[in-house]
Design a binder for this molecule. Structure first.
Ligand code: ZN
Length: 310
């Protein structure tokens, strides 16, 4: 899956910029990539005007993207977002666009808002939903997705802006957030695009996915707990110890960590697919050190309702 960060204002106001962006998007491709547009807004910015929404829909169409996204923002009223979804549906009909539409909703702390948003989106019978985690862990909103997936298992749910670790209960856990998302019915996820850079960014503070315990660890943890080994055979690690991993400039190491995270998590989830399919993912999570720590912090009654350990 491919995500692009673009200067929204430019493409909304300059036709040349729109066309060149569409050309650029249509060329960027990878063999197994599903291409969709996701705009990461800073602060409270959002696409509120209908003409802007139309521009973005046109852009996605011109670029031949595989999915047409319609992004929600927490600043929108439910009515406004519903109007946008309806506009996009009409636009697709008029244009004869035969692509799946993906409403992308933002996760929120507020249980009631979460439920209403999901109900609104459900009414439009999408075949896929984007769930924007905004770099956080929104337990109640995720529980809402879990319930939704029980009703609509055929709908593909993709989480966006997934942070490396779960912030829950007593604070930041070592547990990798992406790896526990399938227990809430999330089918796929992509990473947090614009996390605030730790200052100063050094090799020591870079989070690296730990395949053994499904956590996210720093260099000193790898040295202390994992005997200086990633236990990983991905294209970056190649089963070697950590020395080559941390060689080079800080940004090179960061890039290596991103590729390793992507490949290693994909590999681990591939192995877990069978247990996810059979509804036994929770018992698998209980065999992994850091997800187990996370599960212990959940309200007991929530776990009772899930398929039990086997
Ligand atoms: Zn690796």
């Amino acid at each position: 899956m491919l995500f692009l960060l673009v200067t929204v204002k430019k493409i909304l106001t300059q036709e040349d910029a729109l066309k060149s962006m569409a050309r650029f998007l249509s060329k960027v491709t990878a063999p197994d990539a599903i291409r969709m547009l996701y705009l990461a807004f800073k602060g409270g910015a959002a696409v509120t005007k209908t003409e802007d929404l139309k521009t973005l829909l046109d852009l996605q169409y011109l670029a031949g993207l595989d999915i047409i996204t319609v992004q929600h923002s927490l600043d929108f009223s439910l009515e406004d977002y519903e109007a946008q979804l309806r506009f996009a549906e009409r636009w697709m009909e008029e244009r004869g666009v035969d692509k799946p539409m993906m409403p992308v909703i933002q996760a929120t702390e507020n249980k009631e808002t979460s439920a209403k948003l999901l109900a609104l989106v459900e009414k439009h019978q999408p075949s896929m939903i984007g769930f924007d985690l905004r770099g956080g862990f929104y337990y109640h909103a995720l529980r809402g997705i879990e319930e939704f997936k029980k009703r609509k298992p055929e709908v593909w749910v993709h989480a966006l802006q997934t942070p490396p670790k779960v912030r829950f209960g007593r604070g930041l856990l070592t547990c990798s957030e992406g790896m526990i998302l399938p227990m809430f019915g999330i089918d796929s996820f992509s990473r947090w695009i614009v996390p605030p850079p730790p200052t100063p960014l050094t090799k020591e503070v870079i989070n690296v996915f730990d395949r053994k315990g499904w956590g996210s660890m720093k260099k000193k943890d790898y040295e202390a707990i994992r005997n200086n080994n990633t236990n990983c055979d991905c294209a970056v690690c190649q089963g070697k110890d950590l020395e080559p991993f941390y060689e080079g400039k800080v940004l090179d190491v960061l890039a290596k960590a991103k590729v390793h995270d992507h490949l290693a998590q994909r590999k681990e989830l591939e192995g877990a697919r069978e247990s996810i399919r059979k509804g036994r993912f929770l018992s698998l999570l209980n065999t992994k050190e850091y997800p187990r720590e996370f599960l212990k912090q959940l309200p007991a009654k929530d776990n009772e309702n899930r398929p039990s350990k086997d």
